[in-house]
Design a protein around this ligand. Structure first.
Ligand code: BES
Ligand code: ZN
Length: 485
């Protein structure tokens, strides 16, 4: 259940942002001193704060950690000071953090152990912690086809009919979710699970996977070739493996920060959001401090206009996006049918300061005058009027919070500047930067820090958002209906 908690505003202590606020210069008989540096304007100033928060909290701002909680405090205090009604929307999510690399060793007949090479073994997120030594039992691997074909190993309970309780299951990736395979294995009495890659194109090497729920046994992934060797050995004789995952796993509370203007009544609602959490591996300044900073800055700039209450805007800062879009899903799941229908458009910003950027504007294919199509056009117009190229894309980007909304039939619009994908030659000619290099070379890494930002593109996105929100909230009649004004 989601609990709404009204926020008490308290003065933050020890943070650069409170120190760097503009100083007033009243009075005449003051000693001459060097001028104060002007307070930084724009979205970037919020990134300095988020970086300071991460630096003071083990280098990250991930959901379930103090770095996230401080980030939520900063954002909520800024919004409350600007006059918004701010609340926290609480939820629980499966927390998982590895403390040391996983271990997989194969016991040889002479009793010696052969450890797998470090790069070959990766823990699946939400694996159980544990240290087990047991026989290895292969589960419907179907390794004979050449070239390797798609696998459905472990997808059915029947795949485990010959499985020996107390063994470690060797399963092959493919067809159904990791969660289904692992739950079937646990039901059959597996004490650990090794998932080998599928062997089809792009699915051969070591891989990082995520289980959607915490499971009670250790689960690791290995490359296809390694799985073939283990599978062949397990099928011809008896082999024993030592499997260990050292992790903290369990449910933790987290929260979305929601800020709204008082007015708007029962009329249409525009929701603008960005995920506020980082991954555990780094401070998340581009992913997604940048989206957070742009949405926060837009909210602060628009506060006086929105306070007049003509239109209703909800600014949302989502928790636990990196854990599977959890905060935004909880939000849409908790809406009544009527509230859901009131949302005219959801605008999502995720990674809008990428150092080797592209400019994506994503939105509905429709060309009507509905708020979503209007928002997309305004965003595009803002860039074009400043001579800035964009790439327009239709549909929703799955893998960010807009998909939580589009799954409920709410139109979405998004601004993105690219993650770990490679910039093409065409994109380099449109946007500059380097072809053949990732949009963000620090995506989900410790180096996603304050220097991993293109300040220009960040401010361009923030400015486009401000203009668009003005347009969708001030048109005569406003966004009265989803599909037509
Ligand atoms: N910010 C990223 C993904 C992203 C990239 C969104 C470019 C928009 C534009 C997001 O935080 C992320 O890492 N998503 C995951 C999936 C998520 C459900 C954990 C992904 O895309 O792999
Ligand atoms: Zn992100």
């Amino acid at each position: 259940m989601i609990a709404a908690v009204l926020l008490a505003v308290s003065a933050p202590s020890g943070l650069t942002w409170s120190q760097s606020r503009a100083q007033t210069t009243a009075g005449t008989a003051r000693p001459i001193r060097p001028p104060e540096p002007a307070a930084e304007a724009g979205a970037f100033r919020h990134l300095r704060v988020l970086q300071d928060i991460a630096s003071a909290n083990e280098g990250n701002r991930a959901a379930g950690t103090p770095g996230y909680d401080r980030s939520a405090e900063y954002v909520s205090e800024q919004l409350a000071k600007a006059g918004y009604q701010v609340r926290f929307e609480e939820f629980e999510f499966p927390f998982f953090q590895e403390r040391s690399p996983p271990v997989l060793a194969v016991h040889a007949a002479d009793g010696s152990q052969q450890p797998a090479s470090a790069g070959a073994v990766r823990t699946l997120a939400n694996s159980g912690a544990g240290d087990v030594t047991a026989r290895l039992s292969a589960v419907n691997l179907k390794l004979d086809a050449e070239p390797p074909a798609a696998s459905a190993s472990g997808c059915e309970a029947g795949d485990f009919k010959d499985f020996e309780r107390g063994a470690v299951a060797l399963i092959r990736r493919g067809t159904c979710q990791f969660q289904t395979k692992v739950e079937n294995a646990v039901a059959a009495g597996a004490v650990g699970v090794i998932i080998m890659n599928e062997g089809t194109d792009g699915r051969k090497d070591a891989f990082s996977g995520q289980l959607s729920k915490l499971v009670p046994v250790p689960v690791i992934g290995i490359p296809y070739a390694f799985g073939r060797t283990l599978g062949a050995d397990a099928q011809t004789g008896s082999i024993t493996v030592h499997l260990a995952v050292d992790a903290v796993a369990g449910k933790r509370p987290s929260r979305n920060v929601i800020a709204e203007t008082a007015g708007g009544g029962d009329g249409p609602l525009i929701v603008v959001g960005a995920h506020l959490d980082s991954v555990l591996e780094g401070p998340g300044i581009n992913d997604n401090g940048s989206g957070t900073a742009a949405v926060l800055e837009a909210a602060l700039q628009l506060a006086p206009e929105l306070a007049q209450g003509r239109r209703h805007v909800r600014f949302a800062f989502w928790g636990a996006e990196e854990r599977g879009l959890i905060g935004s899903r909880r939000h849409v799941d908790a809406l009544s049918e009527e509230e859901r229908r009131r949302i005219a458009v959801y605008i999502n910003l995720d990674m809008v300061g990428s150092p080797n950027f592209t400019r994506y504007v994503q939105g509905p294919a429709t060309t009507d005058d509905g708020p979503a199509a209007l928002a997309r056009r305004e965003l595009a117009a803002e860039f074009r009027e400043h001579g800035l190229n964009i790439e327009e894309r239709t549909g929703t980007r799955f893998g960010s919070d807009d998909s939580s909304f589009s799954q409920k039939g709410i139109p979405t619009v998004g601004l993105y500047t690219g993650a770990g994908g490679m910039k093409s030659e065409k994109q380099a000619s449109l946007f500059g930067g380097t072809a053949g290099r990732p949009f963000d070379p620090c995506y989900h890494q410790a180096c996603d820090a304050i220097d991993n930002i293109d300040r220009g593109v960040l401010e361009q996105n923030a400015r486009a958002l401000v203009r668009t929100l003005k347009a969708v909230t001030t048109l005569p009649g406003g966004p009265e209906r989803r599909n037509a004004l």
